[in-house]
Design a protein around this ligand. Structure first.
Ligand code: PEP
Ligand code: MG
Length: 888
């Protein structure tokens, strides 16, 4: 096994072995670009070291042989007293872990060679400064010396001299500082700074290996889901210096504009400086274009190199370079980061240039970038006052007048005011207010709190859990420290960052949404480039994707928007959303019914309303499937809060004017009260316990479908039974549903072809999917409840309670309610898919939990072979794109 590769031996595809930096240095070397010679120690060597605590036996000799070859090439030896070869020792893992691991520069300097370097460079200050930097960096990262000790000594030296910046220290000052630094090392590390250059190099290599397992690196990897056993490569590269005078310098550049994708000259240059100086911001950089007048030859060469790199990598590259006395050196390149908009533009530009094909273009963008482009944004060039900060629950930028209750939100918005609904937390009663508001702000609750989930579903801006904000509903105001915001004061809420501002911050709408809404056409000559690029990429995605994309929508308005956004049907219509507002009272009557007659009367009153809802919905989705889910949530959600009602009744009783209805209501509330409502009387259980409820809903669906058929429409209704755990439940409900459908078909003389299926959202349902498929024509995975029940996590509580701790400890990098837990929940989905299809080969399979619009989850659902994903209307473009990327 070979542990060391010369830069001439590697290539860009060897990132596993050589790390990202090493692989790209090798690639550039082999392209004939001016890379300072060097070699890379493989991640394999690192792994051996990490596993056994010792470097592989062969490593020392291999490094020695490569070093000797390097010395021959450079015509000088490492640390040679009269003319030293100096090297950098840099970490470089397969995946970039910015700033997580160690790097040591100027290896090879010693008391002897510093003199030689000064003579060779003709610059004493430069040599002593380089030595000073080595002892500091080496002391800190290799020998574990407290870095503050060096900083303090440096500060003291400047103070003694009466200067404020490092560059004002001269060679004599730095010489003294070197002596001090060496003493610091001896005292703090218990050993002298090593004068033997090879010892310096070996220790630095080991330190880089060790830096793979620092606490912060481990945490970073857990959060970014980078496997912990990859190890890092180590790059040993001959040093070049940008700080050797005005004909030297250092810079960074992009092969095209990372913000717009336009080709041109983008980057910064700093004359007579080293890379660290650019980072430290000691002096101002100049635009890269100015290099042309500073050093035309290097500039021209750089432009040629950038062109070579871009055609070679077929992508935007970013680079770091140094000019040492008029000689250009490439220190690093990689495929560069870019803004979301530039990602789309660059992908299509590269297709036009013939560098990549459409399938590749799809891999160059992602759903998160598209989502980012779909939110309106605050124009931060305007001044703004930060009021507080919470959880970025549902992105977007909303401005409006502060209101503290839903009633006012609705009233004000009806009179044309834009409002922000501010609550401690929201509950189903706030729905009207949330719909009326531009944005929602709560001081409590996490990413799955009611406010967050509902807002995301509506595509409405929401910041939740802004804890510094004290919400006082009674006095209709909020306070943050000394600042008071009264009802009617303007506030601005940024759901993408979680920040809340006082006053009105100007908003710019998203052109991408304007385009999806059909208000902007990409084909027009003056079409915005971004929209044109998005249009093309979406077309590629739609052409290749296998997954269909449906919407979670309960009303015609959402359904129509979903259709404009490309939905191919409705995958989940939550009928409980049709029982809110004015209709709640009717549901209350149903719950309070004592006799069959009362109950039937209540159901009869609901029937025409439900039917009308469905007619609208089927019309807006004409020709496309609409999955209607029968009532799911526990009934108590339709009743008043138990505490509030108890207080009201108690107060009334003390005044001796308790009203009959309240008393009955309270009784019902008590009867329906459950300790664990999520595991209680809900879903199919309601249908089995409340006679006539599901039958009424099925009848409404069937009659609506018949109505649409008679109107020459093409309704494609599917009836979905929630929370089934065993096939017996489904059989009973189906029998009744089949009977009702047959009645409606008979009465209307139409053949309806309604499909009946079930949600798979309980572990038992997934485990017995083979049996359940006997009675179901389709499955839709309810991954919200499935996640809740598989993990035993309450979806309404965990994010606010212990998820933060879990995320911090790296137990998961992202909430399993956001991205499907492939190993647990996903495994159940996979086996249920197989079992279901084994029973019924034409079983239709979809998913309608929140995961349906999550990029990573969409890939998983593609892979397990579902037919469609269903998500909120705003996430449909993202799901389409990711489904395309999964298939390309
Ligand atoms: C689910 O559980 O995933 C689901 C879609 O149903 P709901 O979120 O309405 O419980
Ligand atoms: Mg559910």
């Amino acid at each position: 096994q070979k542990f060391v590769y010369d830069f001439t031996e590697g290539n860009k595809d060897l990132k596993d072995l050589l790390g990202g930096k090493g692989a790209n240095l090798a690639e550039m070397t082999n392209l004939g670009l001016p890379v300072p010679p060097g070699f890379t120690i493989t991640t394999e060597a690192c792994k051996v070291y990490l596993d056994s605590g010792e470097e592989p036996a062969e490593l020392r000799d291999e490094v020695g042989a490569h070093l000797a070859a390097l010395e021959r090439r450079m015509g000088k030896t490492l640390g040679q007293a009269d003319d030293p070869l100096l090297v950098s020792v840099r970490s470089g893992a397969k995946f970039s872990m910015p700033g997580m691991m160690d790097t040591v520069l100027n290896i090879g300097l010693s008391d002897a060679s510093v003199v030689g370097l000064a003579a060779q460079a003709g610059d004493e200050r430069f040599a002593w400064d380089s030595y000073r930097r080595l002892i500091q960096m080496f002391g800190k990262t290799v020998l574990g010396v407290d870095g503050d000790l060096f900083e303090e000594a440096l500060e003291a030296a400047k103070e003694a001299k009466g200067v404020t910046v490092d560059v004002d220290l001269d060679a004599a000052d730095l010489k003294k500082l070197v002596e001090q630094f060496k003493k610091i090392v001896t005292r703090d590390a218990g050993r002298d700074f090593p004068q033997d250059p090879r010892e310096q190099m070996d220790l630095a290599i080991k330190a880089v290996f060790d830096s793979w397992n620092t606490d912060r690196a481990k945490l970073y990897r857990r959060q970014e889901r980078i496997p912990g056993d990859l190890g890092t490569a180590v790059n040993i590269c001959s040093m070049v210096f940008g700080n050797l005078g005005p004909d030297s310098g250092t810079g960074v550049a992009f092969t095209r504009d990372p913000a717009s994708g336009h080709q041109g000259v983008y980057g910064d240059y700093l004359q007579n400086a080293q890379g660290e100086d650019v980072v430290a911001g000691i002096r101002n950089t100049v635009a890269l274009a100015e290099l042309e007048s500073i050093d035309k030859a290097s500039y021209d060469q750089l432009m040629k190199i950038m062109e070579t790199l871009e055609t070679h990598y077929k992508d935007l590259c970013d680079i770091e370079f140094t000019i040492e006395r008029g000689q250009l050196w490439m220190l690093q390149t990689r495929v560069g980061k870019r803004t979301a908009g530039a990602a789309f533009r660059i992908a299509t530009q590269l297709v036009d240039q013939g560098l990549i094909d459409e399938a590749e273009a799809l891999q160059r963008v992602n759903g998160a970038q598209l989502a980012q482009l779909m939110f309106p944004r605050f124009d931060h060039s305007a001044a703004s006052v930060l009021l507080g900060r919470g959880i970025a629950a549902s992105p977007g930028a909303a401005v409006g007048k502060a209101v503290f209750d839903s009633y006012t939100a609705v009233k004000w918005s009806r009179s044309g005011e834009k409002v922000i609904l501010i609550r401690r937390e929201t509950n189903p009663d706030d729905l009207d207010g949330m719909i009326a508001a531009e944005g929602i702000l709560t001081s409590r609750g996490g990413k799955t709190s009611h406010a967050a989930v509902v807002a995301r579903g509506m595509g409405k801006t929401c910041v939740c859990g802004a804890e510094e904000i004290e919400v006082d509903t009674k006095r209709r105001r909020l306070t943050v420290g000394d600042t008071v915001v009264e009802e009617g004061d303007l506030v601005s809420v940024d759901g993408s960052t979680g920040k809340v501002y006082l006053g009105e911050v100007p908003v710019v709408p998203s052109p991408v949404v304007e385009y999806f809404e059909g208000r902007m056409h990409a084909g027009a000559d003056d079409a915005d480039e971004l929209v044109a690029a998005v249009h093309r990429i979406m077309a590629y995605a739609d052409r290749v994707r296998r997954l269909r994309v449906r919407a979670n929508a309960d009303n015609a308005e959402d359904a129509s928007r979903a259709r404009r956004f490309g939905a191919q049907g409705i995958g989940l219509c939550r009928t409980e959303h049709m029982f809110l507002g004015e209709r709640r009272e009717m549901v209350e009557k149903l719950i309070l019914a004592d006799t069959d007659d009362e109950r039937e009367a209540a159901l009869d009153a609901l029937l025409p309303l439900q039917k009308a809802d469905f007619i609208e919905l089927f019309e807006s989705m004409d020709g496309l499937p609409v999955t209607v889910r029968l009532l799911d949530p526990p009934l108590h959600e339709f009743l008043p809060d138990i505490t509030e009602l108890s207080v009201r009744v108690a107060l009334a009783e003390s005044r001796k004017d308790a009203n009959e209805n309240d008393l009955r209501l309270l009784q019902a509330v008590h009867k329906l009260h459950e300790q664990n409502p999520m595991l209680g009387l809900r879903g199919v259980r309601l249908g089995l316990v409340i006679p006539g409820l599901f039958a009424m809903q099925v009848r409404a669906i069937a009659e609506a479908a018949a109505h649409r058929k008679n109107a020459k429409g093409d309704p494609r209704a599917e009836i979905m039974i929630p929370l089934v755990g065993t096939v017996q439940e489904l059989e009973i409900v189906r029998e009744e549903a089949d009977r009702v459908i047959a009645e409606v078909e008979e009465a209307t003389g139409t053949e309806l072809r309604l499909k009946i299926g079930t949600m798979i959202e309980l572990p038992r349902a997934a485990l017995t999917a083979g049996q359940i498929a006997e009675a179901a024509q389709f499955f839709s995975f309810g991954t919200n409840d499935l996640t809740q029940t598989v993990w035993g996590f309450s979806r309404d509580d965990v994010e606010a309670s212990f998820f933060t701790a879990y995320l911090e400890k790296g137990i998961f990098g992202v909430s399993p309610f956001e991205t499907i837990d492939k190993d647990g929940v996903g495994a159940l989905v996979r086996s249920a898919v197989e079992a279901g299809r084994a029973t019924r080969p034409d079983l239709k399979l979809g998913i309608c939990g929140e995961h349906g619009g999550d990029p990573e989850s969409v890939h998983f659902f593609h892979e397990v072979g579902l037919d469609y994903v269903s998500c909120s209307p705003f996430r449909i473009p993202v799901a389409r794109l990711e489904a395309g990327r999964a298939a390309a």
